[in-house]
Design a protein around this ligand. Structure first.
Ligand code: BG6
Length: 486
């Protein structure tokens, strides 16, 4: 049967993520029939809300989704219950347990539970410990922990967090979210690489000159300075999203599409990340901070003048780096990555730059072939090849074979969170991150942060540009340049 039965206990039920992403995602599953009758959601948070209040919030969050009717939104919201909860108070877990048991019965869920942690990360460990000490896990049905980022602040804190959740849940029950793994075009990378021999056969250091990954955002720090000041772009985006894309792009072909097989080849990439010496790290990773600018007639505040940001902040709002993966297939291939706030526009693009033709007979073009995967906002590919210029000559000209998903159809496809929640309900861990992967990526990021510690220079870039000069220099040094569709 298509329908999934579960009681979902959501820690952080009054939060922004729940409202913007999780409720709409669950509603999508409801519309598609993956959630029907046999489910209930307990939203918990500190605020003293009622069930009715939570249901109003849920209706508001979903009623304007494509294809939604008010009646459907209300029927969905009727499955929601609110429990005001102090995560440090053991008694509250007893109340929660009683409510979960009652709803399990009422909705005939059969003991399936999802514990979803979507609140301030300093409480993740406390919650996991209490779930165990107050015996919330059922002995019939499944018990799965879905846990949001940030998963730690560095390797040591990530390890401490992992130790505390693994005291309650084993690895097969833990679903660590990296929402980039739920995105359509991130999921499309495997098909592109492994269903097309003409691509697969050149996906190799002999043919690839470099790979580039850009995760650009137009927004600034918004209202999140409290979090972001402690994080910066390298922890916020590189350690997780960018690293997962690096693995998708450089991993060997898995034996199958099972979670086990995919994580095996991914793990191999993380095991082979080339860790730099402190000096090399400073040469190969540059950071930056946005400064004030006028964009389309609007004055945009510089990072250090944003609310909640220290005047002498050394937080990176931009990072560019050269990552090396020392596997036989990719050894020596630069993987240039960059991400930042207040860049030109919101867009995620991946470009693979191929090596030039040997013995070029034509001589009129040194343009390399490139394959760009457009992850967002438009979704598709550009394959740029050297063609022959029209007419009686042997001149070359770059020609673009472009494919884009129809934006209307793309919009109807399930959003990242919807896919990931469905995977968690179905017990598929393929698109979640493993502890061993996090351990390696945190160690890698720690080594760069350590190297930066002794260096207080902070390159600047005006808001609305593609980052500091140092980022362009990083590629120019190797004779390369950023490819980017403005
Ligand atoms: C989150 C970061 O993980 O990803 C945010 O914490 C960032 O700072 C967001 O804005 C970007 O996600 P998306 O899906 O909008 O590209």
């Amino acid at each position: 049967a298509k329908e999934q039965a579960a009681v979902i206990i959501l820690f952080g039920g009054s939060g922004d993520l729940a409202r913007r992403k999780l409720y709409p995602a669950m509603f999508g599953l409801f519309q598609r029939g993956y959630l029907q009758k046999r489910f209930a959601v307990i939203g918990t948070a500190r605020r003293p809300w009622s069930d009715e209040h939570l249901r109003e919030i849920v209706v508001d969050a979903v009623k304007t989704m494509p294809g939604a009717t008010l009646e459907q939104a209300q029927s969905f919201a009727s499955h929601f219950y609110y429990q005001s909860h102090d995560v440090t108070d053991a008694d509250h877990y007893i109340t929660l347990k009683t409510l979960a048991a009652k709803l399990d019965d009422q909705y005939q869920v059969g003991g399936n539970r999802i514990y979803y942690m979507a609140m301030a990360p300093n409480f993740f460990a406390t919650i996991a410990e209490h779930l165990k000490s107050e015996a919330l896990l059922t002995d019939n049905g499944f018990n799965r922990l879905v846990i949001e980022k940030p998963f730690g602040h560095d390797y040591a804190s990530a390890k401490a967090l992992n130790d505390s959740i693994t005291a309650t849940f084993d690895e097969s029950q833990i679903y660590r979210i990296d929402h980039y793994l739920g995105k359509e075009m991130a999921q499309a990378i495997m098909a592109l690489r492994f269903a097309n021999p003409m691509i697969e056969n050149v996906w190799h250091k002999d043919f690839i000159q470099n790979i580039q990954i850009t995760l650009a955002e137009a927004v600034g720090v918004e209202e999140r300075a409290g979090y972001y000041e402690q994080s910066g772009a390298i922890r916020d985006m590189i350690q997780n999203h960018v690293m997962q894309l690096v693995a998708d792009l450089t991993m060997a072909k898995p034996d199958s599409l099972t979670s086990e097989a995919v994580h095996k080849v991914k793990g191999d990439v993380f095991d082979h990340l080339h860790v730099y010496t402190p000096e090399e790290a400073c040469d190969n990773f540059v950071r930056g901070q946005y400064t004030a600018a006028v964009i389309d007639g609007d004055a945009v505040t510089g990072y250090r003048d944003e609310t909640g940001v220290a005047k002498d902040s050394l937080t990176d709002t931009f990072v560019a780096g050269k990552i090396l993966v020392d596997t036989p297939d990719f050894e020596g291939v630069p993987i240039y990555v960059r991400t930042g706030k207040r860049l030109t526009r919101k867009s995620t693009q991946i470009t693979v730059v191929f090596k030039p033709a040997k013995d070029n007979l034509f001589n009129t073009s040194d343009e390399p072939d490139t394959l760009t995967i457009c992850v967002e906002p438009s979704e598709g590919f550009d394959l740029v090849l050297n063609g022959k210029k029209l007419g009686q000559s042997n001149d070359l000209i770059p020609e673009n074979l472009a494919f884009r998903h129809d934006p209307k159809l793309a919009k109807q496809a399930p959003e990242a969170y919807e896919r990931l929640i469905q995977d968690a309900l179905q017990g598929d861990q393929t698109n979640f991150t493993r502890w061993t992967e996090l351990a390696k990526t945190w160690q890698y990021v720690d080594s760069i942060l350590d190297a930066w510690q002794n260096n207080t220079t902070m390159p600047e870039y005006p808001a609305g540009t593609m980052g500091p000069k140092e980022s362009f220099d990083l590629l120019a040094r190797d004779g390369n340049e950023w490819h980017w569709q403005p």
